[in-house]
Every structure is written in C-alpha cells, then in structure tokens.
Design a binder for this molecule. Structure first.
Ligand code: SAM
Length: 291
C-alpha cells in the first residue's frame, strides 16, 4: 500500500510542504491514520497484510489527496508540532513553523531565565504557544488571533492538552484586544504572522488555497502585519523581553525596509531561515525607525 501510494503521489502534481516533503512520507501519514498507527510504528508491521476494507479506505484518502489537492493533515484532522499532536482543520493553517526548533531549545540563548509570561501572537491552532507551555512548565501563556474561527480550533487544542489553567486565548487584532495589564508583561513574544507577499500568493500551489488567506497574505511586500508589530511590541515586553518573529522570504524586504536595524536572523538545523529576534532594548533603540 505504501509503495502504491508513493507511486501515485510521484505521478501526480501534489505539492509536499504540509508536514511531509516526499511521496513516501505522505503515504505513511495517510496509511497510519487509517490503520491507527503511531508516528513511530515498528517497521516489522510492514510484513502484515492490510485487510481489504482498510485498503479501500487508504486508497480513497490517496485519491482525495491527489484530486482535491487538500493537505493531508486536513484529511486526518491532525498535525504534529514539536512532537505534539494538534487538531487542525481549514480554519487554521497546518503547523510547520521552524520556530519548533527554538521551542525545543527553550529559545536559548535569547531567554536567559525561564520566561514567566509568553505571548503567541497569531496563534492559529495554538501550536507554538502550547508547545511553549510544555517547554516552560511554570509559564503563563497567552494565545491571540484576529480570527474567531481560528480561535475555536485553538480552544480545542488547549483542552486536548489539558492546559486551560495556564494557557488562555483571546481574540485580538494585533494588540487591540489586550487590556492595560498586558503592558510590559511578556518576557517572550513569539509570532508566526501572515507574511506572504502578493507575488508569492498568486503563485502558490493549490494546496495553499485550502488554508485561510487571512493567515498567509500580508500586503504587497508581505510585511503589513510585521511593520505594525515592530511599532508596538516594546509596549508589551518586559525589559528583559525578546520578540521572535517568522517572516520567511519576506526577510529580504524587511532588511531593505529597515537597513539600520540589526535584526538577528536565526539559523536552523534543517536549513530553514526567515526568523528574526529583537530584544526589548533594540526595539526601544530603533523606535523612531519603526514609527
Ligand atoms: C501563518 S498563520 C500562523 C498560525 C500558527 N501560529 C502556526 O504557526 O501554525 C497566521 C495567523 O495570524 C492570524 N492573523 C492574521 N492577521 C492578524 C492580526 N491582525 N492580528 C492577529 N492575528 C492575525 C491568522 O488568523 C492566522 O491564524
């Protein structure tokens, strides 16, 4: 079944990039869902035969993936981030941020001490903030998003991970829904906001059309949201706070827009890029640029 799926995917136009990057893994992902196998299933299972009823179900998922070009996690309603399972559907994007690696490393060396309060701005499924709650066991975590629909999914994941005593979600366009007590309260603000520029948006493979456009598009150069964030972030950080933001390949436009600002661009073991760090002090020092 796996070899069959692999060949089907290789002969089709499907785009990989929503949890897997090749045809074999995509087949494993969908087959594991039907057979209820964990991601680390033992390879000895490959000797078993698949009952006909399951074969038919697996084939139907392979065909749906190809015909509708729907990302596999929307079919299974599950995605993995930082080795944690998250419920997903078309109300949120499929988690795939390289920020996962920073969470694994507890944002070292940027967060010297464990942050007491963390904000995941533009939270979508809640994956980054909820993973932060696992990484920082004492921290209070706030998840925010402008989309009420996305926040319905966020809530499902807060419940799924049994974290409602420490993780809360609020509806907010950037910081507009925060009250004054939130000012200068976050030791870490982490965000994977919309950052796709108009040109890239027009050329994205069909799979991305299943994701909310609000989660991807951010104006001509992809920086509409990030510009607003840079203006306001310092107001919500503590003096030892740091801002970590993903902008993908809009990093080129960001460096060009603010040549004087010393963005620290992070390197990732899987070769990803496009995530910067700025400290509270740097945001203050360059406030005039951001304004
Ligand atoms: C790229 S998705 C990231 C979701 C999640 N953090 C992840 O990594 O999977 C961006 C999210 O930002 C939200 N968003 C867009 N504009 C926003 C705004 N002005 N204020 C707050 N959230 C916004 C979208 O609804 C979407 O859920």
């Amino acid at each position: 079944m796996l070899e069959y799926g692999q060949i089907l995917f290789e002969q089709s136009d499907v785009y990989f990039g929503h949890g897997t990057d090749n045809a074999w893994d995509e087949a494993v992902y969908l087959l594991s869902h039907v057979l209820d196998l964990p991601p680390n299933a033992d390879r000895s299972l490959l000797d078993n035969s698949v009952p006909v009823a399951e074969q038919n179900k697996i084939e139907a998922l392979f065909q749906r993936r190809i015909n509708e070009r729907v990302p596999a996690p929307y079919i299974t309603k599950q995605a993995w981030f930082c080795s944690l399972p998250f419920y997903v559907d078309e109300r949120v994007i499929v988690p795939r941020s390289p920020i996962a690696e920073l969470v694994y490393n507890q944002f070292q060396p940027w967060c010297g001490n464990e942050p007491r309060k963390v904000l995941d701005l533009c939270t979508g499924s809640g994956c980054i903030g909820i993973a932060c709650a696992y990484a920082f066991e004492q921290a209070q975590v706030v998840l925010s998003d402008i989309s009420q629909e996305a926040l319905e999914v966020t809530d499902i994941n807060i419940q799924k991970h049994d974290l409602s005593h420490r993780v809360t979600a609020i509806e907010s366009d950037l910081f507009s829904g925060f009250d004054s007590r939130a000012k200068n309260s976050f030791d870490l603000i982490v965000s994977n906001p919309p950052y796709v520029d108009a040109n890239d948006l027009a050329q994205m493979p069909d799979e991305f059309s299943h994701e909310p456009e609000l989660a991807l598009a951010s104006g001509d150069d992809g920086l509409d949201f990030t510009r607003r964030l840079l203006k306001q972030a310092a107001e919500y950080l503590t003096q030892r706070g740091v801002l970590v933001v993903e902008v993908g390949n809009s990093s080129v436009a960001l460096d060009r827009a603010f040549p004087e600002v010393p963005f620290t661009w992070l390197e990732f073991s899987e070769g990803d890029s496009g995530v910067f760090v700025l400290t509270y002090d740097q945001l203050q020092a360059y406030a005039a640029s951001f304004n």
